[in-house]
Design a protein around this ligand. Structure first.
Ligand SMILES: CC(C)(COP(=O)(O)OP(=O)(O)OC[C@H]1O[C@@H](n2cnc3c(N)ncnc32)[C@H](O)[C@@H]1OP(=O)(O)O)[C@@H](O)C(=O)NCCC(=O)NCCS
Length: 152
């Protein structure tokens, strides 16, 4: 299993982040979405190769604080590093940090078509709270979002 280190994601990372984002999502976030997340003080975390001067970025996660809850806005692992346990590890790190920050649950939205992410969340104990209709862009139409939470 790959090992990785967590560090703060900065503007200097955004080229690498956008390369991953555009490779893994059909409707990727823009530079502005990531920039706004950083300047808004959201938790922006880079998951990188350990102990390398020019560390390869494996992935990233962005979440924001609410009242006794946290909201996961984005989590991604670069294509060459998927299915090696890194997504699960990164999600665990987010859960640990959110709990340490006082949250009692983590909320997220996921596309019903995103089977990989749905499997990950279900295996990690997330339950479905409901559906946000036509939440995501999906070409000419829109796609619903499943709202999930893990409470502790
Ligand atoms: C979702 C994502 C972060 C998972 O990262 P990952 O490193 O590949 O996941 P892991 O290797 O830790 O897998 C954990 C579990 O997720 C599930 N899973 C992950 N990818 C899967 C896939 N392609 N198909 C089916 N199940 C999958 C499996 O249940 C897996 O458990 P297993 O290895 O015991 O079978 C990654 O696929 C990704 O970056 N996807 C694109 C971005 C995205 O969709 N983010 C979520 C938005 S809501």
């Amino acid at each position: 299993m790959s090992r990785a280190e967590l560090r703060q994601l900065t503007e200097a990372d955004l080229d690498a982040v956008l390369r991953i984002e555009r490779a893994v999502y059909p409707f990727p976030w823009t530079f502005g979405n990531f920039h706004d997340s950083i300047v808004s003080g959201y938790h922006c975390l880079a998951y990188v190769e350990p102990a390398q001067p020019t560390a390869d970025m494996y992935g990233y996660a962005i979440y924001m604080d609410g009242v006794e809850e946290a909201h996961l806005l984005n989590i991604a692992i670069q294509p060459d590093r998927q299915r090696q346990g890194l997504g699960r590890q990164l999600l665990h790190r987010v859960l640990e940090r959110a709990a340490a920050g006082g949250a009692k649950r983590l909320l997220l939205e996921v596309r019903p078509s995103n089977i990989g992410a749905l499997n990950l969340y279900r295996k990690e104990g997330f339950v479905e709270l409901g559906v946000r209709r036509q939440y995501y862009p999906a070409g000419a139409a829109r796609e619903d979002a499943i709202v999930m939470e893990k409470a502790w």
